[in-house]
Design a binder for this molecule. Structure first.
Ligand code: ATP
Ligand code: MG
Length: 354
């Protein structure tokens, strides 16, 4: 059932009463509620310090989860749902470090200001007030993804936010506001500052979208692919100039769409296995024309009468291309530090497909 505002407020009141603690529902749950969508997890925030939250949870007879305590988060299970409560946080990024100093604060406005996107920076109180300091509601209504505050600064603090921005744009089919998009285009290289594991965690969420096409387009056009997966940049080479009717980028996205979203490993297989194909095709044309240095103008004139679509289709289905595609997919997967299990699934998927 999709919750409405009244039900959500009743839920906040219930937990407040249970724990004797003033709470705000915050982040994704508020966004989903305002979008009329189901929520997976409930994040609450409070002025209370972590020790006090822990004490209140115990006092109410629940077992507190303390794994996130050093970041200010204490959890507990309520009727099967995981409830997480975090003290209002305030992060200070020193210019020489990307590891923020985490401080706790008594004012929710600092907690909301440290969040990534305006649509993720809203809170609801038990008095049914929506605390929206950055026009998140308006952006939700207009379908806009916008960083909270100065986008360049926010993406420098944590470059993962750039991937989150394209993920949410893809998920809701929203547009990325100009300044935010420009900041991504000029700061994509900062992804080099964070670990491959963090890239992949976010890329997995992108590939798990029902239709990841838009997010993948943005991944490519806003430059992020240059760091994470430069191989996909060749997929949209315009072969029509060469009278070859192959659109590898479209074919890749369609293949991904045919795989169920929960099979993220297979979707990676589809994405990675196409990467080498444009290179093979260009090489084929070059070899057949005994061309030395590739010049597109020269190719266009010389290739016109020569290209045989059937021959190209056969080439792309040949054992040679299938094997190289698999090898290259695994090579990229290893570079991205995929688990052996994931590499195995990719190999299986690609072997079964041909
Ligand atoms: P989802 O539906 O994918 O869970 P979510 O918004 O709940 O979406 P989470 O990753 O669970 O996303 O994060 C919870 C909240 O924490 C976000 O709504 C956002 O306010 C904040 N947040 C998460 N990651 C970041 C980040 N890298 N920088 C700033 N704020 C973040
Ligand atoms: Mg969440």
């Amino acid at each position: 059932m999709i919750p409405n505002l009244a039900q959500t407020v009743a839920f906040i009141q219930k937990i407040e009463l249970l724990l004797d603690l003033e709470l705000f529902l915050v982040g994704g749950a508020v966004r989903d509620l305002l979008l009329g969508k189901n929520t997976k997890d409930f994040d609450f925030t409070t002025a209370c310090i972590p020790d006090e939250i822990e004490h209140k949870i115990r006092q109410a007879g629940f077992k507190p989860y303390l794994l996130g305590k050093k970041f200010g988060t204490i959890g507990f299970k309520l009727e099967g749902d995981l409830i997480e409560i975090t003290t209002f946080r305030h992060e200070i990024y020193k210019s020489n470090s990307r590891k923020p100093e985490v401080g706790f604060h008594s004012d929710i406005k600092y907690d909301l200001a440290r969040r990534d996107l305006t649509i993720n920076a809203m809170a609801i109180s038990s008095k049914a007030e929506i605390i929206d300091l950055f026009e998140g509601q308006q952006d939700l209504e207009r379908g806009i993804i916008r960083a909270v505050g100065d986008s360049t600064q926010r993406f420098t603090e944590d470059p993962l936010r750039m991937l989150r921005a394209i993920r949410f744009a893809g998920q809701y089919k929203f547009e990325i506001e100009n300044a935010t998009a420009t900041a991504i285009s000029s700061n994509f290289w900062r992804l080099l500052d964070i670990s491959k594991e963090r890239w992949i965690m976010e890329m997995d969420l992108i590939l798990a979208l029902r239709d990841p096409s838009l997010a993948l387009d943005l991944f490519k056009t806003l430059g992020l692919a240059q760091v994470i997966l430069p191989e996909i940049l060749y997929l949209d080479l315009d072969f029509e100039q060469l009278h070859i009717y192959q659109n590898f980028w479209l074919a890749t996205k369609l293949e991904i769409l045919e795989i169920e979203p929960e099979n993220v490993d297979q979707r990676w297989g589809a994405l990675l296995s196409h990467c080498i194909k444009p290179v093979i095709l260009l090489n084929y044309v070059r070899q057949n024309h005994q061309l030395g240095i590739l010049s597109l103008e020269k190719l266009e004139i010389e290739v016109k009468d020569f290209v045989n679509q059937i021959e190209i289709k056969q080439l792309l289905k040949s054992e040679f291309v299938v094997k190289i595609s698999l090898e290259q997919a695994l090579k990229i997967g290893k570079y991205l530090k995929f688990s052996n299990q994931r590499l195995k699934t990719i190999a299986q998927y690609l072997t079964d497909k041909y």
